[in-house]
Design a protein around this ligand. Structure first.
Ligand code: HMG
Ligand code: MG
Length: 317
């Protein structure tokens, strides 16, 4: 890819919806959300998780979501799903036996602090990496590609500021086990650009920045600033959520990911080109106006307004 190409991984259907309280969002709404995002030009859309429904009830129907997406909408599209252990992978393999091709990618996830690892995965960092390594090996053997996440890369909800050398170690291990890329999760959403850069400098001692993605939650409103800092550092892939949906069930008070609309608007008319399948959009490969509409539509389904600043501005003009 060209060095000025920026990739966006749309995580709204997974990170955005996993934290919703109350009744489980129907599979047909999730399917419509994913299909509309693809129609707007998104080529990588995180579709759900094969995690324990007792831990994250909202992700319970992920198999139904994947098999309901129209194959016409799946061509050249990645629909990664989170898989934390062998049980989740067995469930996914069973789905793939019955419905081949519904996804070609999984994501495994580990944390940079012991407390977050325990809260999110009920095991230590070392135990989680052992499980993720087995999952990565088996998924790769089956022809799937595997993305990694390192969580709490700047702040931890339980331990305060994270030690950047731990982020480096965990991230390096995820790449060594076979992840094609590791997304650095600023889970809490209170990190600032100087802290993100400090962390990136440490991680880059062991890892090629081209293999890193930025995953910024926007609790304190620093998501766009953090994305730009990481972009200037050399990262070219960023995770974001339509309408700014979301939060992490194990990060109390953290709000959604930086909104996809906010990233698209920031990069529009800049030297950077957002990759994607849209041929009509003026904002690059993903159509900002369409994403803004989707943000309002899904937020209304959830009984609220879009929290994307750009989405709100577009609606008001
Ligand atoms: P555990 O309770 O230690 O699991 O949870 P266990 O192996 O002892 O099994 C207990 C029960 O869960 C058993 O059922 C298993 O079959 C079942 P029972 O016999 O009691 O009926 N089970 C499963 N069911 C379905 N799918 C599975 C599965 N595994 C076990 N895969 C476990 C351990 C990993 C399962 C649990 O901690 C878990 O599901 N954690 C996932 C939490 C999660 O999804 N968090 C949010 C995503 S991460 C995130 O948001 C951060 C990110 O956005 C980046 C960032 O912002 O930093 C990615
Ligand atoms: Mg997240």
């Amino acid at each position: 890819a060209h060095k000025n190409t920026v990739n966006i991984v749309e995580v709204g259907p997974r990170d955005g919806l996993q934290n919703e309280k109350g009744s489980v969002i129907p599979a047909d709404v999730k399917v419509e959300l994913i299909e509309r995002l693809i129609e707007a030009g998104a080529t990588s859309v995180e579709a759900g998780s094969f995690v324990s429904p007792k831990w994250v009830p909202q992700m319970a129907g992920t198999a139904d979501v994947l098999k309901s997406i129209n194959p016409k909408h799946r061509t050249n599209i990645h629909l990664p799903v989170l898989v934390p252990n062998k049980k989740g992978l067995d469930d996914l393999f069973k789905l793939l036996d019955e419905h081949p091709g519904v996804t070609d990618e999984i994501a495994v996830f580990a944390a940079a602090t012991e407390s977050f690892s325990k809260a999110n995965l009920n095991c230590s960092i070392a135990e989680s990496l052992a499980k993720m390594s087995e999952v990565t090996r088996l998924a790769t053997e089956r022809g799937l590609r595997v993305r990694g996440y390192t969580s709490v890369v700047v702040w931890c909800p339980y331990e305060g500021r994270t030690n950047a050398s731990k982020v480096r170690e965990v991230t390096k291990e995820l790449l060594d086990m076979g992840c094609y890329e590791v997304s650095l999760g600023e889970t809490v959403g209170r990190g600032r650009p100087h802290e993100v850069l400090e962390m990136l400098e440490e991680v880059a001692k062991a890892v090629d920045p081209g293999k890193l993605a930025g995953h910024f939650h926007d609790t304190y409103g620093t998501g766009v600033a953090n994305m730009l800092a990481a972009l200037n550092f050399g990262l070219r892939t960023f995770d974001s959520s339509v309408g700014g949906l979301g939060g992490c069930p194990y990060s109390p008070g953290a709000t959604g990911n930086v909104a996809t609309e906010d990233l698209l608007y920031t990069l529009q008319d800049s030297p950077y080109h957002v990759a994607g399948a849209s041929t009509t959009s003026k904002s690059g490969g993903i159509d900002l106006e369409k994403v803004s509409d989707i943000g309002w539509w899904i937020s209304q389904k959830l009984g609220r307004e879009s929290v994307s600043r750009v989405g709100r501005a577009i609606k008001a003009r």
